[in-house]
Design a protein around this ligand. Structure first.
Ligand code: 13P
Length: 249
């Protein structure tokens, strides 16, 4: 049985002070350990301060990206080891904004996933199709290509240490969420694809999150789908009341 995960991706939002204020508020709101795993992904600058604020709570910390090299002349980049030192347990990799705005390829994402695993960080591996790909009936082909490329040379042991997030690009920040049925269809495809490659057991234990305009209003119905094991929330995770509502729904 997979423990459902509610993860908040703050993207490029919140100052350090705002992030710490949110973390303290969340810690106070979650007096008893939640039934769901809760993860927050602040911007790099706030990671360490937020890690300190969450100390003693069950909330886990994720970064939003990393560089695949352990160290070196990569101006502006951050390694997996640095993230771990800052208090991260997770890292989002391959987000569609990284793919479309920053040119990340499946091959690059594959190296980033490997670097995360090597540093004992749990990657939240994001995949998802564009609107024109969905409309052209290519959703499954795109998802398969992203899975194949991102997970190239991975063993079932590796798969056991990562989380997949299906985020249809047309649903991100648009208020246009996939219907629970549309999301479940793709999640089932991911479940079957991973079962064929890595075995039924590994696939059954793989957490597959849905992301794209998730709100307190639509989260319950999405989480009722058999292959949806949690949510990766953007905009609605920035407000503490709405985030706490989604954790408890
Ligand atoms: P929204 O929830 O704002 O649509 O963003 C989803 C997302 O990109 C989470 O990673």
């Amino acid at each position: 049985m997979i423990r459902p995960i509610i993860a908040g991706n703050w993207k490029m939002n919140k100052t350090i002070a705002e992030a710490v204020g949110f973390a303290e508020g969340l810690k106070a709101a979650l007096k008893t350990p939640p039934a769901r795993e809760v993860i927050v992904a602040p911007p790099f600058t706030a990671l360490q301060a937020v890690a300190q604020a969450f100390r003693g709570s069950a909330v886990r910390l994720a970064a939003q990206n990393l560089h695949e090299a352990p160290k070196g002349a990569f101006t502006g980049e951050i390694s997996a080891g640095m993230l771990q030192e800052a208090g991260c347990t997770h890292v989002i990799i391959g987000h569609s904004e990284r793919r479309t705005l920053f040119g990340e390829t499946d091959d690059r994402i594959n190296r980033k996933l490997r670097a995360a695993l090597d540093a004992s960080l749990t990657p939240i591996f994001c995949i998802g199709e564009l609107l024109q790909e969905r409309e052209a009936g290519e959703t499954e082909a795109v998802i398969e290509r992203q899975l194949k490329g991102g997970l190239n040379n991975f063993t079932s042991g590796d798969i056991g240490h990562l989380v997949v997030a299906y985020e249809p690009v047309w649903a991100i920040g648009t208020g246009k969420t996939a219907s629970p049925g549309q999301a479940q269809e793709v999640h089932r495809f991911i479940r079957r694809w991973t079962a064929d490659r890595y075995g039924k057991e590994t696939s059954a234990e793989l957490a597959i999150l849905y992301g794209g305009s998730v709100t307190p209003k639509n989260i319950a119905e999405l989480l009722q789908q058999p292959d949806i094991n949690g949510a990766l929330v953007g905009g609605a995770s920035l407000d503490i009341d709405s985030f706490v509502q989604m954790i408890g729904c």
